[in-house]
Design a protein around this ligand. Sequence first.
Ligand code: FAD
Length: 450
Amino acid sequence: MQRLAELPTPTPHYDALIVGAGPSGSSCAYWLARAGWSVLLIEKKHFPREKTCGDGLTPRSVFQLQAMGLEDQLIAHGHRYEGLRAFGFGASLEMKWPEHPTFPNYGYTITRFNLDGLVAETARNHGATVLNYAEVVGLLEPGDPSPTKLRAAAGVVVRDTETGDLREIKGRYVIVADGQNSRLGRELGTERNRSWPMGMALRGYYASERHDEGWIDSHLDIRDTTGAVVPGYGWIFPLGDGRVNVGVGLLSTGGAWKGVNTTKLQEYFVAQVGEAWGLNESTSLGAPTGGRLPMGLAIGPRVGVNTLVIGDAAGTINPFNGEGIAYGYETGRLAAGVVAEALVTRRPEALELYDERLDQAYRDYYRVARAFVRLISQPQILSVCVGAGLRIAPLMNELLAVMANLMRNDQRGPAEVGYRALVRLTKVLPDQVFDLLLGDATREPARLSA
Ligand SMILES: Cc1cc2nc3c(=O)[nH]c(=O)nc-3n(C[C@H](O)[C@H](O)[C@H](O)COP(=O)(O)OP(=O)(O)OC[C@H]3O[C@@H](n4cnc5c(N)ncnc54)[C@H](O)[C@@H]3O)c2cc1C
């Protein structure tokens, strides 16, 4: 991987400039470079680097990594697991990942410290130029603001984070993959629909003798020291390297559960499950760190004349389960497809296909997911559903397939039938009625396409 000063002079004019080398940016760079386009992937940190995450890959993520030829690396650096153990309200259930014609029936855990550099490296091996210590600090010749489109940009201004050197770099297309805080996305004109669900999560590492278990744990009832249920969910993901990743998440809609402190939630959670996993101050490997989870395609617009936003910058996290890595890889790949189409045909309008393809891939699913989040944001509903659900194994297995977006097109099992019924419901009810029914009358007028 290169430094800014190592780029040739005069600076090449790239087919695609990609800002951020997380899952979405590196996947986009891989697919474009593999197709032969000149790609500059610009990352402000240097690999390997820490990234706050649960480090859990579902079968959807594994599938994308397989497609990029990286499963051997997962075997070498990750920890394979077979499914999810769910706990809540006195019940527990072990659920294997379902059999699926496309996706594998297993997942991996792997730290982002190890994972993200692997994907950036494979993009580089396929011809992308990857810059490290290179922060994009501005846009070149930004176009006019518009409520429905991203601004255009002739390129970006890049600063070497160590030397402070600045360089202007031009590109035909600019793809923003700078994550949940997306400063560049906002500069291009993105906004989050604030009445749609948003997640917050916190994670820490602990040494644990149970580090190589073949299941990931999810706790749906976190309790405070008095035994009262507090809103949120917790996870323990064994990493197979002596450590477990322990975290808590909060899903909130329109201010529900406002004022809940994730650090306190994490303390309650560790107090609740700590003994069984050997989690305490002496096994803690450092203070927990947190971040936001923009979800359900709540961020837009996502397309400009020559610009796109992908991954967390476009709010692509799955509201059902807080998973964002797979959707980073997938949206990076979708974006690469439309940019390649625009480059081949010399028709920048091909970029519009990105929104269409996002809609095809996620619109209905995320609409159902947002409704689900609204429902379970109400603690009474959560306790009834989880308490009853975990006692009905077949129901929960079907729900796992829905929540991890692993329904089958070739079958009409209960998961598929139930899900399709919900999609039909979301389609016949106008947005406003749908939101009202689910207790959120504050939805902004639809500016986004979803
Ligand atoms: C606590 C927590 C736990 C989570 N657990 C999971 C999980 O277990 N499984 C899962 O699938 N998802 C999980 N997620 C979500 C997941 O981490 C994100 O959805 C995913 O990282 C999004 O990928 P991305 O490429 O869009 O953004 P990021 O991974 O955030 O990557 C953005 C990159 O851009 C770089 N960058 C930013 N600004 C600039 C700039 N101006 N110039 C150059 N580079 C820049 C950053 O350094 C970074 O490398 C979790 C999130 C949190 C907060």
